[in-house]
Write a protein that binds this ligand. Structure first.
Ligand code: 5GP
Ligand code: SF4
Ligand code: MG
Length: 491
């Protein structure tokens, strides 16, 4: 998962793009980059958090009325700064790009580009491949009059060749800026425009970034659709390919900020609904509960709703150190295990002698839950019920959210009772899959179905063979082993 931004303005953009980068920091903390254009491309990328990468010196250098920003979360790749986005090519025209998603035929395309088009792909970053394929199409039109149709056909060419999920922002020097979503609209992308300043436009992964940049009007870029702003600042929209819309349901459960709107659905409201339906399920179990405690941060909204519906006391009992990144973003399990402990600490008196309902968004490997439950028991809790407001996760995501391998999912071959035993809870309660989809869909009935492949194993693009899964899992395992080895050497 990553965060992507684009801004096409008539004044310097760096201040706003920097602020907006901070609002999409939660989408990736591995590396970040900003590219601007003022007749030439200026770029600064680095590993780590936005605040650590950009300083006055490089901010001053990032001049221009056009900018692209990116926060990165590694799925495949070494996590090196060479893989950080945005990327750009000088021919034709000068084209720069950043994206959010995961290209499932990346290695095949990289090979094709090398063998057939004689282009070297210098990174393990998907967007370098998308950018080169897009550029390859435009190369045929350098002597013809430039038009939005050419741009849309280049996107069509990308759709034909590139598989997986991708929400892309592209700048074509002196021609315009473009945003497009993959055919199924798996990853989010919004387009914002300013009424009072007719000439200002932006793209972002989450509406919160458009909010802070001052864009009050925004719309979702449709699945298989593109929005192109030409050099005269005319906006052109086109639906290029017609596939079923399958936005990622996990954005609402975990990834996106509660203040964001994605696909016409507010994330906070979706979590309220998820809390309501889970409360009904918990009520049917007739458990003796004293307090409801969220596992911070994503589960707060749902936990408050559950407490309200069950007429129980809501308490904050786990204090999160806000200066530590999300543990799952760190590669390698050793790091994960180490970091959960110093990330959360219990408020002992909240738990002492209590029967506690802990609420979390999901259970993946079970390591986080097990550590938390142990922590809460050590703090004196009498009983611990653990509720997940998403259904059991059991399949790897090939579309850009941390690539667990199948064997890692605790719910893969276990029932909730077996999971309870494994993580040390008295009871484990999961959200029902159908309820979960109904809850999120409530705000936008035009979405017939979401991608929920990590729950069901049914991948909406229809092209995820077991061979692709194996290849991706192997890459991920190799990468993890590599990290783990270095870890041990460094210890
Ligand atoms: P686990 O069960 O893997 O030890 O940890 C689950 C916790 O990680 C939950 O609290 C959940 O908030 C968080 N989480 C959410 N999404 C993801 C994800 O995509 N990958 C991982 N590893 N953890 C996630
Ligand atoms: Fe989202 Fe899960 Fe689909 Fe991945 S597999 S895109 S996390 S719903
Ligand atoms: Mg959590």
């Amino acid at each position: 998962m990553c965060g992507v931004l684009g801004i096409y303005d008539n004044e310097e953009v760096i201040a706003r793009i920097y602020d907006a980068m901070l609002t999409i920091q939660h989408r990736g903390q591995d590396s970040a980059g900003i590219l601007t254009y003022d007749g030439k491309y200026h770029i600064k990328k680095g590993n780590g958090l936005v605040q650590d990468i950009f300083d006055q010196r490089n901010i001053y250098r990032l001049r221009g009325h056009v900018g692209i920003g990116h926060t990165r979360y590694p799925t495949v790749g070494e996590g090196s700064v060479e893989d950080a986005q945005p990327f750009w090519v000088n021919y034709p025209f000068g084209i720069a790009a950043a994206h959010n998603g995961n290209v499932t035929n990346f290695l095949e395309l990289k090979k094709d580009l090398f063998e057939k088009s004689h282009k070297i792909i210098n990174s393990n970053c998907d967007v370098e491949v998308i950018l080169n394929i897009f550029a390859e199409y435009l190369e045929r039109f350098t002597n013809k009059e430039f038009s939005p149709e050419i741009v849309f056909n280049a996107v069509k060419y990308v759709y034909k060749r590139v598989k997986g999920s991708y929400s892309v922002v592209i700048h074509i020097a002196n021609k315009g800026m473009l945003g497009f979503r993959d055919p199924y609209g798996l990853r989010p992308l919004l387009f914002g425009s300013k009424e009072e300043m007719v000439n200002s436009f932006a793209f972002a992964s989450e509406s919160v970034a458009l909010d802070v940049m001052g864009f009050k009007n925004y719309e979702d870029v449709g699945p298989g659709s593109a929005v192109f702003i030409d050099k005269n600042r005319q906006v052109h929209r086109k639906k290029i390919i017609n596939k079923p819309f399958r936005p990622c349901i996990f954005e609402y459960i975990y990834f996106a900020r509660p203040d964001s709107f994605l696909n016409g659905i507010n994330v906070d409201k979706a979590r309220v609904e998820l809390g309501k339906s889970l409360a009904k399920k918990i009520r049917r179990r007739n458990l003796d509960i004293d307090i409801v405690v969220p596992v911070p941060d994503s589960s707060r909204t749902a936990a408050i709703q559950i407490a309200r519906d069950l007429k129980l006391k809501y308490r904050e009992g786990l204090v999160k150190n806000r200066y530590i990144g999300r543990t799952f973003i760190m590669p390698g399990d050793i790091e994960r295990k180490k970091s959960i402990r110093h990330k959360l600490n219990p408020i002992r008196h909240v738990f002492a002698g209590k029967k506690v309902l802990l609420v979390d968004d999901s259970i993946v490997r079970g390591n986080t839950s097990r550590s938390i439950i142990q922590m809460v028991r050590d703090a004196g809790a009498e009983k611990i019920y653990f509720a997940s407001y998403s259904a059991p996760l059991a399949n790897p995501c090939v579309y850009g959210i941390d690539m667990q391998t199948s064997g890692e999912f605790i719910a893969r071959d276990s029932t909730p009772d077996q999971i309870a035993a494994k993580i040390g809870a008295d009871v484990v309660i999961y959200q029902e899959l159908d309820e979960m989809e109904k809850d999120v869909r409530k705000q936008n009935k035009h979405i017939h179905s979401f991608c929920k492949a990590c729950f069901t194993g049914i991948y909406p693009t229809g092209d995820v063979s077991s061979e692709i899964l194996r290849t991706i899992e192997k890459e991920r395992d190799d990468y993890k082993n590599k990290i783990t080895e270095t870890d041990e050497i460094n210890e």
